[in-house]
Write a protein that binds this ligand. Structure first.
Ligand SMILES: [Mg+2]
Length: 246
């Protein structure tokens, strides 16, 4: 944040939350997918049409809700309450001492640490609290479902807004990690400096209501877009070695 109009010179490390700060093995994306599917069905669609539209909106907009608010008269807050709001997160994720240590070992004299999510703030705050990371995050950029025309990753506007919120004008000063390749590629194309794709080989996630298997093929290392690919957050200590104290 700029204080007295002076820009904080420290770069920002942006962490996605869902399926990044906790593993896809929790199957939270599956539980989310089921709830979103039920929401589409509740609009009067049959099962097949609901699946198709859910996936179409996810693919087109990066977020099913973005399509729902554009093309249907729905209340995004009602959607959030019924979908993310009913997830039994406390049963599915636990605080992790190693994850907390990872955050504690980030040198705050050098960088700031923010979360960048497509969820609404309620869900984001809830996950951070359960993981015991609330005090490790300097700021949160979330999807503001209360805004009629809210933006989300991977839309460039969302990243521009995030930088504005954090008071950062040079995109090369952004570090970023996300489990969605689309989100990482979008950031990279906007000039975000140190982009990492979190890819848990051998697991399954649900994106847009469809199961996506994360293959075992050689995904590690730097790919053709210049994006680092890792399967364990501890690898950040090596990739971003300049920002860790130990
Ligand atoms: Mg994610």
């Amino acid at each position: 944040m700029s204080v007295n109009g002076i820009e904080d010179p420290r770069p920002v490390v942006w962490f996605d939350i869902d399926n990044t700060l906790y593993s896809a093995s929790t199957k939270i994306s599956q539980a989310m997918g089921q709830r979103i599917h039920a929401y589409f069905v509740s609009l009067g669609l049959d099962e097949d049409d609901a699946s198709e539209l859910h996936h179409k909106y996810y693919t087109q907009y990066g977020l099913a809700l973005r399509g729902l608010t554009r093309h249907h008269e729905i209340d995004p807050m009602d959607f959030d309450q019924k979908c993310d709001g009913t997830l039994p997160l406390e049963d599915l994720i636990q605080p992790s001492s190693s994850l907390r240590k990872l955050f504690q070992d980030i040198d705050r004299d050098k960088v700031r640490v923010w979360a960048l999510t497509n969820a609404y703030k309620n869900h984001a705050s809830r996950v951070l609290k359960i993981l015991g990371l609330t005090d490790q995050i300097d700021g949160l950029v979330y999807c503001d479902y209360e805004e009629p025309n809210f933006t989300c990753k991977p839309e460039p506007e969302y990243y521009h807004n995030a930088m504005k919120r954090a008071g950062i004008s040079d995109p090369s000063k952004c570090y970023f990690i996300d489990d969605s390749r689309l989100n990482v590629v979008s950031a990279k194309r906007l000039g975000w400096g140190r982009c990492v794709h979190f890819y848990e080989t051998g697991l399954e996630t649900v994106e847009g209501g469809k199961v996506k298997r994360l293959g075992l093929e050689g995904q590690q290392g730097t790919d053709e877009e210049g994006i680092e690919v890792i399967s364990n957050l501890e690898q950040l200590r090596v990739i971003w070695t300049d920002i860790f104290t130990t």
